[in-house]
Design a protein around this ligand. Structure first.
Ligand SMILES: O=C(O)CCC(=O)C(=O)O
Length: 279
């Protein structure tokens, strides 16, 4: 479908899983009532608590959280991107941070595990060691839907342009960035990075975020949907909300025709160690 409405759901997820799921259900219902065919949730939408509580709240996929989302995808006949949840897996003691995409029949069509884990020490901001408790994903995921071709990423992935470039070269037209971005970094980096990824890859970026104060840090919010020209089509206000914007893949094609930067690349030159080798 060339034109449709997409929704980015902004949530203030806390440590009571059932309440979080009820809020997600209400907000998904609102997005569907407003005509969205594709609805996207934020990172760790079903639980945000202390790292100690995370394990007890993690689930296999499919599991209870995804089952509840399946019912909603079927009920509203929508594509539902389930932000991310902490996923238990038999091969590791740690947890994956995993996105699941459901089609309008409630079938899982893709699963993406966060590739870049947030291991940082911010002066004057939070210290994060995501890899202490989480396992690294191993695959880039791009998949077809009847709305267009979509690519996956989560939060800190946003800082790695290589990932987005590969997804664009693999044909992605829309890229998800579910997030729980820190206030400390988000106030300076969230919007410019989202707009840069949209402009340089000429993609729609659908970025639903967490808002509010969590156990470990305060999140930035400002969920948005950005078009392939870099325009912010919809921006969430403070608090929980649903941002709805039109996705127009004919517009995306026109942008790519006008500025064929994806075609004008020089992969023959893009190699580390090449700088200054010959003029
Ligand atoms: O990259 C950042 O500044 C924030 C990333 C983050 O909060 C996360 O990946 O959970």
């Amino acid at each position: 479908m060339a034109k449709f409405l997409a929704a980015a759901v902004q949530m203030d997820t806390q440590e009571h899983k059932d309440q979080n799921l009820k809020r997600a259900e209400e907000l998904i219902g609102e997005a569907a009532d407003r005509g969205a065919s594709l609805v996207a949730l934020p990172e760790t939408f079903n639980f945000m608590g202390s790292p100690r509580e995370e394990k007890a709240n993690a689930e296999y996929i499919p599991g209870p959280t995804i089952q509840r989302m399946v019912a909603l995808a079927e009920k509203y006949k929508i594509w539902l991107h389930c932000g991310s949840i902490l996923e238990k897996a038999p091969e590791t003691e740690k947890l994956y941070n995993t996105s699941v995409l459901l089609n309008p029949r409630g079938e899982i069509v893709a699963r993406y595990r966060k590739l870049h884990l947030f291991d940082v020490e911010l002066s004057g901001g939070p210290v994060s060691r995501e890899s202490k408790t989480r396992e690294f994903g191993k695959s880039i995921v791009v998949t077809d839907t009847d709305l267009g071709r979509v690519g996956f990423s989560i939060c800190y992935d946003l800082r790695f342009p290589e990932l987005y470039r590969i997804m664009a070269l693999e044909g992605a037209e829309m890229i998800f960035v579910p997030a729980a971005f820190t206030m400390h970094t988000g106030k300076d980096h969230w919007e410019p990075l989202l707009r840069a990824r949209a402009i340089e890859n000429q993609c729609y970026i659908i970025a639903p975020g967490q808002t509010g104060k969590k156990k470990t840090y305060t999140t930035y919010g400002k969920s948005m949907i950005v078009d392939p020209w870099g325009n912010v089509l919809g921006l969430a206000p403070e608090g929980e909300s649903v941002v709805v914007a039109e996705i127009d893949l004919n517009y995306l094609r026109r942008v790519r025709e006008q500025i064929p930067s994806l075609k004008n690349r020089r992969p023959d030159i893009y190699q580390v160690g090449y700088a200054g080798r010959s003029l």
